[in-house]
Design a protein around this ligand. Sequence first.
Ligand code: SF4
Length: 217
Amino acid sequence: MLQQTQVVRVEGYYHRFLTRYPTLEDLASASPAMVRESWEGLGYYRRAVNLHRLAQEVVQNRAGVIPSETEELRRLPGIGRYTAAAVASFAFEREVTPIDTNVGRVLRRVFHSRARSRALARRLERSAEMLLPRGGRKAWMFNQAIMELGALVCTARVPHCGICPVRAMCQTAVREAGRTTSASPRQRAQPGRTSPQSRRQSAGGLAVRRSSGPLHR
Ligand code: SF4
């Protein structure tokens, strides 16, 4: 439900859906029309179709057990790279980082502020792999923390570098601080005047498309 959709919009649907289909077996045995009706208004109906097919596949061919590894998860209907990593991490505490737009923005600003878009996705993945602590619970906490950092502090339009716990190692923040220091007294005295970097950030130039969607579904 959260693919391409914000939490605040999903909440009511989520609870109603679980009340109607409390188990995978309940969902698997429902008719397509019933599932569609439960999803009515939430949009992207392909997700409902895939979720229904996933429940049937797991009940009929996997003894009702959802797999915990990303490779197995990706064999299920509607599960792409991002969703597989999110389920593996948040449901099973596997050592993998789901890179959504918030996580991608933080990694890019901290480590790859000058990277070209062609090589960026792979670089973000490698950075996430290197940073991820070993040990299921630690990896889970790291993933929660970096998502929150991107959602609340390193926001798309105006990053709040002054309160950011990683600013000392952040390429973007260090470069921006250097620009401010080297600005003339007259420029510094004009609070409304911003550097080209600031203007790009304000225009969302560092944001990766939307603020809540995955880079890879
Ligand atoms: S220091 Fe600023 S740009 Fe860097 S990660 Fe923190 S909020 Fe984002």
